[in-house]
Write a protein that binds this ligand. Structure first.
Ligand SMILES: *[C@@H]1O[C@H](CO)[C@@H](O)[C@H](O)[C@H]1NC(C)=O
Ligand SMILES: *[C@@H]1O[C@H](CO)[C@@H](O)[C@H](O)[C@H]1NC(C)=O
Ligand SMILES: *[C@@H]1O[C@H](CO)[C@@H](O)[C@H](O)[C@H]1NC(C)=O
Ligand SMILES: *[C@@H]1O[C@H](CO)[C@@H](O)[C@H](O)[C@H]1NC(C)=O
Ligand SMILES: *[C@@H]1O[C@H](CO)[C@@H](O)[C@H](O)[C@H]1NC(C)=O
Ligand SMILES: *[C@@H]1O[C@H](CO)[C@@H](O)[C@H](O)[C@H]1NC(C)=O
Length: 934
């Protein structure tokens, strides 16, 4: 094999299969989807010859496989994976080479190559409760023998999902005929539904694939076609046999049989790559710009890895009716949804190309190693996308990811009990750890470390540790890390905890020094997380100082080596600020003393603002208000950090403001400060919105479009008059239509402002539409309407009316689910839950009887009505109710007790912060000459 001949081991990891068992960072010990049970290792595969003949019209396939295996231990049993849907028709086993010691004996007698001898099979059967097939031999096969296992089988083509071996169809626009196609998507472990095999990623062996097809179709697989032969018994059918693949995991197998058209390109890389882009004939014109993206992306990736794209062919398909949520990344065969492939951006394509190296060429040993693989793929995808087009904001990478993990990991209980959220946030965090390493080790060291890794592990498998090890060795080589530090230790301190740190910088302005301390970042209250003192991280202290402003040097001044506190000397004097962790180099927020914050606030308000790059501006703002929200910083200081927005027009810097308005707004909406806050919001956003204009401009950036729509939504919520009038005008069209129940002509964005700020008549009209809602229309439109009717209103009378109708009068147009939804919407704002509380208190006895048989509704009502108060007044109300009805809460007893604890916590927050916020707002409104409206 040409590809294999240049295997070259640089030596950062020297290990053999059997020794590769341990690793120190387990991202998530048990993959929720895939059982940890490994196949017995008595027999292991050396290679496959797979032959498949799919019949798309009839929905099934037949096939055979010859598996060359080595017996590792004397055994009568050969165990492989199969799927429950597969039927095995025939089994045969033969010995193609006896164990070495037997060869010696035979050689003494006659020096001929031993001919294959068949081994009698006693039985072939599926193993109960496992996705396994067991072949039992009559006599023991001896350790060291090489066998060939032959199986003939049949199975159904998947037709409602795009996985395993599946079929789908489309209509030919010219002939109106139905055209079928067949394709594969084996990840993570569906090769077993296509043929019996050792379906574990660690078994990487060469494969020869033969596909039977009708002459009218074209078959494509991982490797180039080697030969086509006519079928003996089938007129118009042929066998296509493809070249032997390099060693690969079963999940990398890719086959497509179709009548698609293609565009073909030659890419002159080291392997003279042939690229084909395939689609149904009338879609192919939409894909003319795909090749350019692929070439550009490959160029960057080949440079990054210093390893050419490993196969001689790359086939990319736009599949009609493709059902999977993620594109399929078989080796050399990529499948996309049509719209995804023809779409604007390039990161979808890049991501699947990254998997060609990380996954196909070097393969995670087991499913839990796949997490680190995916996180690295995410980082490299971002890296490549940003290099390809500086102008593609790429979902504001990394800010969106970063903010979401800041919120998640600082919760009292991170990711609740959801494994899916846990996996997602852990993967996001690991991606950001790679980003941190790129910055702190430097891009060239980081790249060379990855090159070492891929060079060492190509055509093989790897553990998470292998990546850290290669980065460590390169960092040591380049002298980017002190001798005693390993990347593994650094990474482990971040990845193994469901927490993130917050770093606090306290400057001593007399000594030009600072103490830097770390602790667990907790944002949601209460902060009584056990064992907090045990959490410490390896933290890079990258520091920018105002007197030598330089955002290009991302080498840490020092690493906090799991130290709680360190001291820095030789800092600037009291007239200059410092910024620690600029550009969000590490995923952690940073707090300062008030003097440093104020210097930053003032600098940001000056014409020099843009000398601080936009990601850092965003970070300063985001950290400030979140630290205040967490109780670690005065709101007066944090709100001062919003003053620079007056001149700011970049979306990235504005982005944190919208969550600020949302989170803080919700928190204070029961108090008198809320009106002042809304005025502040209007003062902040109105100039921005007016400058952006109401209508999109031609060719404007995504960022600008986002900024417009976000500022509009938040202005509407804050009662900005022009917006409410616009919404009411749109709503009036609906009210005046002759048959309003036929459909809703009002854009969703207008509905909430109308129900919130509009008239009783408008709201009643909405309610009537729910009552009359025809079953023929889409129910999610009804749900949206109901949510806004309950969740948006400012005045109590509308809410009371809704509750009277649904709960007391038990109007037949509302189901239990509707009532449940109404309760949960009401808990979203002070008007809602206060009205709900009053309603519950007033009608206690009636409701109690109504919900006697519906404990879930009762619990949900008590939860929504009592748990979300945030002030002393609310605490008093709920406490009184508790005293009044102490013995009558029934199933909701636990709810009310927990509610009282929460409200006490929130009340403390309100008592501490509301006066400060109010005082700041008063000052702000005075300076801006504004009085709170309405
Ligand atoms: C079976 O695999 C062994 C080990 O890789 C190899 O030496 C042998 O040539 C293979 N035999 C056949 C018939 O493919
Ligand atoms: C999909 O396959 C199942 C079983 O193989 C069959 O019952 C069903 O009718 C098929 N559906 C379609 C849409 O072909
Ligand atoms: C990015 O945008 C700038 C200004 O709009 C433009 O000059 C430049 O060519 C764009 N770069 C790319 C790679 O599209
Ligand atoms: C990698 O680090 C370098 C600094 O060494 C930085 O300029 C570059 O933007 C970083 N790349 C990514 C994708 O974060
Ligand atoms: C802005 O920066 C320049 C150059 O460093 C400096 O001279 C000027 O005083 C700064 N302006 C403010 C308001 O800080
Ligand atoms: C907020 O900024 C103003 C004006 O720069 C300043 O006078 C005030 O002291 C700052 N407040 C706090 C709490 O830092």
């Amino acid at each position: 094999m040409r590809l294999l001949s240049n295997l070259l081991v640089l030596g950062c990891v020297v290990s053999v299969y059997s020794a590769r068992q341990r690793r120190s960072i387990d991202l998530i010990a048990a993959h929720s989807l895939i059982s940890q049970e490994k196949l017995p290792q008595d027999v292991t595969p050396n290679g496959y010859h797979l032959t498949l003949q799919p019949f798309p019209i009839y929905g099934y396939f037949v096939g055979t496989v010859r598996i060359n295996v080595t017996v590792q231990q004397d055994t009568r049993e050969i165990v492989l994976h199969t799927h429950s849907s597969m039927v095995v028709l025939d089994t045969a086993v033969s010995q193609i080479q006896p164990p070495a010691d037997e060869i010696k004996n035979t050689e003494a007698a006659e020096s001929e190559q031993p001919s294959p001898s068949s081994l009698a099979v006693e039985s072939t059967s599926k193993v109960a409760k496992k996705p396994w097939l067991a072949i039992i031999l009559q006599n023991e096969a001896k350790s060291g023998a090489i066998l060939e296992v032959f199986l003939r089988f049949t199975g159904s083509l998947f037709n409602d999902t795009s996985e395993g071996l599946f079929r789908n169809s489309y209509i030919d626009p010219l002939t109106k005929e139905t055209k079928w196609f067949v394709s594969t998507y084996m990840r993570p472990n569906l090769a077993r539904s296509v043929f019996p095999c050792f379906d574990e990623p660690a078994y990487k062996v060469p494969m020869v694939i033969t596909v039977g097809r009708h002459k009218s179709m074209v078959a494509v697989s991982n490797m180039p076609l080697e030969k086509t032969e006519a079928m003996e018994d089938w007129k118009d059918w042929v066998w296509d046999t493809f070249e032997r693949t390099p060693p690969m995991a079963t999940f990398s197998i890719g086959i497509v049989v179709s009548e698609f058209s293609y565009l073909s390109y030659n890419i002159s890389n080291e392997n003279d790559l042939e690229l084909k882009v395939w689609a149904r004939p009338d879609y192919i014109v939409a894909l003319t710009n795909v090749s350019e993206k692929v070439m550009r992306s490959l160029e960057i990736l080949e440079e990054l890895w210093e390893t050419p794209y490993p196969l001689p062919k790359l086939n990319i398909y736009a599949l009609p009716n493709y059902q999977a949520t993620k594109a399929a990344d078989s080796w050399g065969v990529l499948l996309f949804k049509e719209s995804e492939l023809s779409g604007k951006g390039s990161w979808h394509i890049t991501q699947e190309l990254v998997y060609q190296w990380l996954g196909a060429l070097a393969t995670p040993f087991w499913w839990n190693d796949a997490h680190i693989n995916n996180a690295l793929v995410r980082f490299i995808t971002a890296y490549t996308t940003l290099k390809m087009d500086e102008n593609e904001t790429f979902n504001n990478w990394p800010m969106t990811t970063l903010y979401s993990i800041y919120y998640e990991f600082s919760k009292r209980y991170p990711h609740g009990k959801s494994t899916a959220i846990k996996q997602d946030s852990t993967s996001a965090k690991t991606e950001l750890v790679f980003r941190m390493l790129n910055y702190t080790l430097g891009e060239s060291t980081f790249k060379r470390g990855l090159q070492r890794f891929i060079d060492d592990r190509k055509y093989k498998t790897f553990f998470s540790d292998d990546i850290w090890l290669c980065l460590t060795e390169q960092a040591k080589f380049d002298e980017k890390l002190p001798k005693t530090i390993t990347v593994n230790e650094i990474a482990a301190s971040w990845i193994t905890k469901d927490r993130l740190p917050v770093v606090t910088v306290r400057r001593n302005y007399d000594e030009n020094s600072a103490t830097i301390s770390q602790r667990v970042y907790l944002r949601e209250r209460p902060h009584d997380v056990p064992d907090q003192e045990k959490f410490v991280w390896w933290i890079p202290v990258v520091l920018v100082r105002q007197d030598k402003l330089n955002f290009h040097n991302s080498t840490p001044l020092v690493w906090m080596k799991r130290e709680r506190e360190i001291k820095l000397e030789h800092l600037p004097g009291k007239e200059h600020f410092v910024i620690v962790n600029p550009e969000e180099i590490g995923p952690f927020p940073v707090n300062y003393d008030a003097t440093n914050w104020n210097m930053l606030a003032q600098y940001l308000c000056s014409e020099n603002r843009t000398k601080i790059p936009v990601h850092t501006r965003a970070k300063l703002l985001h950290d400030a208000w979140n630290l205040a929200y967490a109780g670690d910083l005065s709101f007066a200081t944090a709100l001062n950090m919003t003053l620079f927005l007056k001149n700011e027009r970049e979306y990235l810097a504005w982005d944190p403001v919208f969550t600020l308005i949302d989170h803080i707004g919700k928190h204070i909406d029961s108090s008198s400060v809320h009106k002042k806050f809304q005025t502040y919001v209007r003062l902040l956003l109105t100039p921005l919105y007016e400058e952006l204009g109401n209508e999109p401009q031609e060719g404007e950036s995504d960022g600008r479009a986002h900024l417009r729509s976000s500022s509009k939504i938040f202005l509407c919520q804050a009662g900005y008059k022009p917006c409410i009038e616009e919404a009411q005008t749109a709503f009036r069209k609906w009210m005046q239509s002759t048959n309003p129940d036929e459909g809703n002509p009002v854009a969703n964005q207008y509905i909430c402002p109308v129900f919130k700020w509009g008239t009783q008549e408008e709201w009643d009209f909405g309610l009537q539409r729910i009552v009359n809602f025809p079953t023929s229309r889409k129910q999610n439109e009804r749900t949206y309407l109901l949510k806004t009717l309950a969740g948006c209103p400012n005045d109590a009378s509308k809410i009371e009316r809704l509750l009277n109708i649904t709960v007391l009068e038990q109007n037949g147009n509302f189901t239990d689910n509707d009532v449940y939804l109404i309760f949960s919407m009401l808990s979203g704002g002070a008007n809602g839950y206060t009205s709900l509380f009053n309603f519950l208190r007033k009608n206690w006895d009636v409701i109690k009887v109504r919900f006697e048989e519906k404990p879930h509704l009762w619990n949900s009502l008590v939860t929504s009505a009592t748990t979300v108060f945030k002030t002393q007044e609310g605490l008093d109300m709920v406490s009184e109710l508790y005293v009044e009805r102490q013995s009558e809460f029934g199933t909701a007893d636990f709810v009310i007790e927990k509610a009282l604890r929460n409200i006490k916590e929130e009340t403390k927050w309100s008592n501490d912060n509301l006066p400060v916020i109010e005082q700041w707002l008063d000052g702000y409104l005075r300076v801006n000459d504004a009085v709170p409206a309405n």
